[in-house]
Design a protein around this ligand. Structure first.
Ligand SMILES: CCCCC/C=C/CC(=O)SCCNC(=O)CCNC(=O)[C@H](O)C(C)(C)COP(=O)(O)OP(=O)(O)OC[C@H]1O[C@@H](n2cnc3c(N)ncnc32)[C@H](O)[C@@H]1OP(=O)(O)O
Length: 359
């Protein structure tokens, strides 16, 4: 016997109580099954190209064709039941409460041994940077610049360092339309990268796994980059109809030479940790089995060095290029503002959102 109307209504209520966000793909499935179960086959007009969210919803509903209402109702109930069991075994990192700084949802920030550690904490989304995470990182950098730590460290929770910009950032269109969205995105990007350019203390990346897009490009603004041998470095900008950011159009050719920078930034060549080390983007590579232990032992020793000497040395090394970097950041952000409105970019993002096409 199929699910009753009461089972269906109860499942609808349970969705609102899920502890873990099931992700866009599942949310689309739930939406489609709900519509099919309550209204039958999709017979509304197809939304326009730029109405990304409604178009994705419409596609999901329409894909169910003539599926009977009763089957859709049963499939909805089964899907929710599966989600409830996996939601109960959610595995986000929850470090000891006494060391953790409160007030951040997408980051876990701890301060210990004169080190402020900023951990990207959306492991279920491979630590993709959503708008909230960009904003929280800016706040965290501002706080770390003033706290009593000597060095600041970025790392990722789970198997990825970060999968780069969260592609669903492109779907939340404000009343001013896609132009306003692109303008706001360019302002956010510029402010975000400015925080890295201006950060006054030694900045360290502990790259625990694959890194993509903007999480790779800003590495050119870090002072040390330690990588697990599991890490990879990928900037697939052309594949996404986009162009370099994070000052990489300047820092990468400077770090690795024009030929290698072009291979990464234009042709999207993915580097292994060993290759990134050979090209000067990475300071040192460690075997994954001993990565955490070796890196943190090293960083704890560095963090005991005199605070002011380290800060002033960083200024001497970096300050003469700051103005140039700010200008490059402004230019890259403004070029991206236009790119985000291009068919090439819109199609690449829609392709990811609708089919979850992988890099
Ligand atoms: C203010 C705006 C500034 C903008 C600055 C511009 C920056 C440019 C860039 O950063 S370009 C890089 C953009 N990133 C990508 O294109 C990566 C897209 N993701 C993938 O290709 C794959 O997810 C993967 C290769 C990173 C990992 O594949 P895998 O099979 O191991 O895992 P899943 O695909 O199942 O991922 C698990 C869930 O995480 C979601 N997810 C992963 N990355 C992103 C992302 N970048 N944006 C949005 N969502 C992402 C993925 O969709 C899965 O979600 P689900 O569980 O709900 O299905």
């Amino acid at each position: 016997m199929g699910a009753s109307q009461k089972d269906f209504e109860s499942a609808v209520n349970q969705v609102k109580l899920l502890k873990k966000d099931p992700g866009n793909e599942v949310k689309l499935k739930l939406y489609a099954l709900y519509k099919q179960a309550t209204e039958g086959p999709c017979n509304t007009p197809k939304p326009g190209l730029f109405d990304l969210i409604n178009k994705a919803k419409w596609d999901a509903w329409n894909a169910l064709g003539d599926l009977p209402k009763e089957t859709a109702r049963q499939n909805y109930v089964d899907l929710v039941s599966g989600l409830r069991s996996s939601s109960d075994s959610s595995s986000q990192v929850k470090p000891e409460a006494d060391k953790k700084q409160a007030g951040y949802e997408t980051l876990v920030i701890t301060s210990e041994d004169h080190i402020t550690k900023i951990m990207l904490n959306r492991p279920a989304k491979k630590n993709a940077l959503n708008t909230q995470m960009y904003q929280e990182i800016m706040l965290a950098l501002e706080a770390a610049s003033k706290d009593d730590s000597t060095i600041t460290v970025f790392t990722g929770s789970g198997d990825y360092y970060s999968s780069g910009n969260d592609l669903t950032n492109f779907t939340d269109i404000p009343p001013g339309g896609v132009e306003e969205k692109a303008k706001n995105g360019a302002i956010l990007l510029r402010d975000f990268v400015d925080c890295f350019i201006d950060f006054p203390k030694p900045l360290v990346a502990v790259v625990n796994g694959p890194a993509v897009g903007i999480s790779v490009t800003v590495l050119g603004l870090f002072d040390l980059v330690y990588a697990s041998d599991r890490a990879t470095f990928h900037t697939p900008f052309s594949h996404l109809g986009q162009t370099p950011e994070g000052c990489s159009s300047y820092t990468f050719p400077k770090i690795m030479g024009l030929a290698k920078a072009v291979e990464m930034l234009i042709f999207g060549k993915k580097l292994t940790a060993g290759e990134a080390y050979a090209q000067g983007l990475v300071t040192e590579v460690f075997p994954d089995s001993t990565f955490e232990k070796e890196v943190w032992t090293r960083l704890k020793a560095y963090s005991k060095l005199p605070r002011n000497a380290m800060r002033i040395s960083k200024q001497i090394i970096r300050n003469h290029e700051k103005e140039k970097l700010h200008a490059i950041n402004a230019e890259e952000s403004s070029i991206l503002q236009e790119r985000w409105l291009s068919d090439e970019c819109v199609n690449a993002v829609m392709n990811f959102l609708s089919q979850k096409a992988k890099l």
